[in-house]
Design a protein around this ligand. Sequence first.
Ligand code: PRP
Length: 174
Amino acid sequence: MRTLISRRRIATRIRTLARDIEHDYKGRRIHLIGVLKGACIFLSDLVRELDGPVSIDFMAVASYGKGKESSGQVRLLKDLDSSIEGRDIILVEDILDTGLTLDYLCRVLRQRRPNTLKIAVLLDKPSRRQVEGIQADYVGFEIPNEFVVGYGLDFGDMYRNLRDVCVLSAPVEH
Ligand code: PRP
């Protein structure tokens, strides 16, 4: 296990992202949608850095199997609690990898006629992209193609509690 992005760098970057978002929305109410489970920690820290009117909701999707590789399938496991029609939405993800998950979610959410829909991701792995045209409006860190865990990201549902984003080089089965 090797630290790729320290908790300190994460905290600093999230403060900057929050200032960027506040600047772009200029006091308008923002509705953050977190994608469970990975985004819960990033969303928790981001929302507490945002001043002004903010509400939150969550969706859950399944895109990966238990291992490292994407199945390429995206299933909606939990839908939103409330309508997003006419609202300013920021979809919050821990990582943008192949883009399959965000492509699916954006298509679903756009059909519901939000006023605006933007994407915030903590990590972006552009070298892994399979879906053209998917990009985040707010990116914490661009990272190389390494398998990362921690700060919400898992391997076999473990390691989400690590405070740093770490590279898992010799994964242990649980
Ligand atoms: C991860 C991550 C994103 C998705 C990104 O979720 O949280 O939702 O994969 O990958 P993609 O760009 O290749 O679609 P995962 O399925 O591991 O579930 P989790 O959030 O519950 O950990």
